[in-house]
Design a protein around this ligand. Structure first.
Ligand code: SAM
Ligand code: FES
Length: 355
């Protein structure tokens, strides 16, 4: 590690900020030693804020039907081989009931942009979920919607919303998405969600096609200014039936490095060690925690549909029952000195006040 890289890391730890050019320099000039130094600082920061608790979010993949055509995504509209399904309200609620018994206190409803889930339908599900489990947080990850829709869902009881920005560089965004999707609308959604009062999660794939140290530097600057409550990053993994089928996957090494950088930029951020990270390496999630992550998102979807929510090749945890998934993660977290907290796991300082 050069003196310059060491200086950048020290400044990042002290000031939680670098210039965009410096972020790019840090990424380009990184080596094993720099990654180890950063990971040590990131783990210390995580412990200072969260102790040894790792928060769990029970992920319910409610639909594989999507009107969008993101070039990287296995369930994009133009993949005729994708197996489509949609859970009924009753199925979604019973996944959550089972999750509650297992110790989950946050449920994430995620899916493609399926027109079936109108505000009326989705608000009804959110309301019933909150009625059955008032001590739980409900997170939605259902893509781009109107401000009015986000407001209605928040009023129905949704606490959080995950919408990865995917890239903070408009030119890069255009290379990952079809023409009908726009960077400006993605940003508009994130701004609306924040103003409405959600705890908002953004994020991006590591190693997506056309990504450069410069676009990543923009992502980091965006996190610094947008200050999300959550940030989901995981490696891009190609899917065989997408235009990016022959692109290389993102690396474990760069994903871990960026997790550590993000922990230092935003010490209080809720940062998952993602399923994609566990897919590219058998111990990816454990290493993610050791690099500064503090959230895991085990799958609560019915086993019968898990293989159908196939965003990328070889996705893990598609054969296990929910209880097995939780048990498995409990052991994995224990192996790195952490435990799975039975708690909502809100952003520190979150008061629950609603607009
Ligand atoms: N439709 C919602 C949305 O667009 O936000 C939620 C579902 S979408 C499948 C969730 C996330 O999966 C995306 O934000 C994207 O970053 C990630 N994803 C999609 N395809 C991927 C791939 N091939 N490799 C890794 N992550 C992928
Ligand atoms: Fe819609 Fe991936 S293209 S969820």
């Amino acid at each position: 590690m050069t003196e310059r890289i060491k200086d950048l890391i020290t400044r990042l730890q002290e000031e939680h900020s670098l210039s965009e050019a410096e972020y790019a320099e840090l990424i380009t000039g990184r080596d094993k030693e720099a990654a180890a130094l950063l990971a040590g600082m990131a783990e210390k920061t995580r412990k200072a804020v969260f102790g040894d608790a790792v928060y769990t979010r029970g992920l319910i993949e409610i639909s594989s039907i999507c009107k969008n055509n993101c070039l990287y995504c296995g369930i994009r509209r133009s993949n005729p081989q994708a197996e489509r399904y949609r859970l009924t309200a009753e199925e979604i609620l019973s996944c959550a009931d089972e999750g509650y018994t297992l110790g989950f206190r946050t449920f994430v409803l995620q899916g493609g942009e399926d027109p079936f889930f109108t505000d009326e339908v989705l608000c009804g599900i959110v309301r019933e979920l909150k009625k059955r489990h008032p001590d739980c947080a409900v997170t939605l990850s259902m893509g781009e919607r109107s401000r009015e829709s986000y407001r209605a869902l928040h009023e129905a009881g949704a606490d959080r919303y995950l919408l990865r920005h995917e890239t903070a560089d408009a030119g890069h965004y255009a290379k990952l998405h079809p023409e009908e999707m726009s960077f400006d609308n993605r940003m508009r959604c994130l701004q609306d969600l924040k103003e409405i009062g959600y705890q908002v999660g953004c994020g991006f794939m590591v190693g997506s096609p056309f990504q450069t140290p410069e676009t990543l530097a923009k992502d980091l600057k965006f996190l610094e200014t947008f200050r999300p409550a959550m940030c989901g990053i995981g490696p891009f993994i190609p899917h065989r039936n997408t235009p990016f089928r022959d692109e290389p996957a993102g690396t474990l090494e760069l994903t871990l490095f960026l997790l550590s950088v993000i922990r230092l930029i935003l010490p209080e951020v809720l940062l998952p060690a993602t399923t994609a990270l566990g897919t590219i390496h058998p111990l990816g999630r454990e290493m993610g925690i050791q690099a500064g992550a503090n959230v895991v998102m085990p799958n609560l979807s019915p086993v019968s549909v898990r293989k159908k929510y196939e965003l990328y090749n070889n996705k893990i945890c598609t054969g296990e029952e929910s209880a097995q998934c939780r048990g498995c993660l409990e052991q994995r977290m224990k192996s790195v000195g952490c435990y799975l907290a039975v708690a909502r796991g809100d952003a520190p300082g979150y008061t629950g006040q609603r607009m």
